[in-house]
Design a protein around this ligand. Structure first.
Ligand code: ADP
Ligand code: TYD
Length: 208
């Protein structure tokens, strides 16, 4: 049975880059690594509708924090068997965003903290009702919100398919989400967490 590791952080924090770095290192150490990124755009109708809503489609769908979170959760529910299959056949399964993204962004949208109703609702829906595998470890990429925003903005300027969505444009939401993430780390929410900077080389070797 493989180890389920999740990379979390703000938009532009460097999650994809970190996932690539970790995969390269673990494979060089002889481990088999499978990766998956949420939302699964192009593979999940729920993920695609969420993205479209964040880019201005589907009327007032985006205005409901719970409706948006439900779409992201349904995307993961459809992937649960695939995650279990990957865990059966690989040493490490590395996820770029997972359930904690829904917990952090939804609580932040509603002005709640990590001990509020939204975080509890996400856990019950995704881990209990949808029976999604619980991570063995979650990593918070603690990139400062201003730096993450600058990176997301420059990426959007270079690549029109990465145009900033409603959450990425919302600086207050990014700061609030970062605060909830730090609270999730402090509470060891659903797993042990490691908070790292995006250049924390020493810690990277201790993760698996
Ligand atoms: N450690 C780093 N130092 C400088 N730039 C970085 C670093 N990590 C990522 N970036 C750049 O920041 C941008 C966002 O990184 P990415 O990994 O796509 O973030 P995320 O997946 O969290 O949205 C990309 O343009 C990437 O090249
Ligand atoms: C996976 C996930 C993402 N989100 C948010 C975080 C992001 O602001 C937004 C889109 O995800 P993101 O990973 O930023 O996708 P991309 O940069 O490729 O468009 O959705 C949630 O609120 N809940 C979730 O479960």
């Amino acid at each position: 049975m493989g180890t389920l590791i999740v990379v979390e952080g703000l938009d532009g924090a460097g999650k994809r880059t970190m996932a690539d770095t970790l995969t390269t290192r673990w494979e060089a150490d002889g481990r088999t690594v499978a990766t998956m990124a949420f939302p699964r755009y192009g593979e999940s109708v729920h993920a695609d509708i969420a993205s479209e809503a964040l880019h201005g489609e589907h009327g007032d769908l985006r205005s409901s924090a719970y409706a948006m979170a439900m779409l992201f959760a349904l995307d993961r529910r459809d992937a649960a068997d695939a995650i279990r299959d990957l865990l059966a056949t690989h040493d490490v399964v590395l996820l770029d965003r997972y359930v904690a993204s829904n917990a952090a962004y939804t609580a932040a949208r509603l002005g709640e903290s990590a001990d509020g109703d939204a975080v509890e609702w996400v856990a019950r829906l995704e881990f209990d009702r949808f029976a999604l595998p619980v991570p063995d470890r979650q990593i918070l990429l603690g990139t400062d919100p201003e730096l993450a925003r600058a990176r997301a903005t420059s990426r959007a300027a270079d690549d029109e398919s990465r145009a900033l969505d409603a959450y990425e444009r919302d600086t207050a939401l990014q700061h609030a989400t970062f605060a909830v993430y730090r609270d999730l780390v402090a509470r060891s929410w659903r797993s042990p967490w490691t908070a790292i900077s995006d250049s924390d080389d020493a810690v990277l070797h201790t993760l698996v």
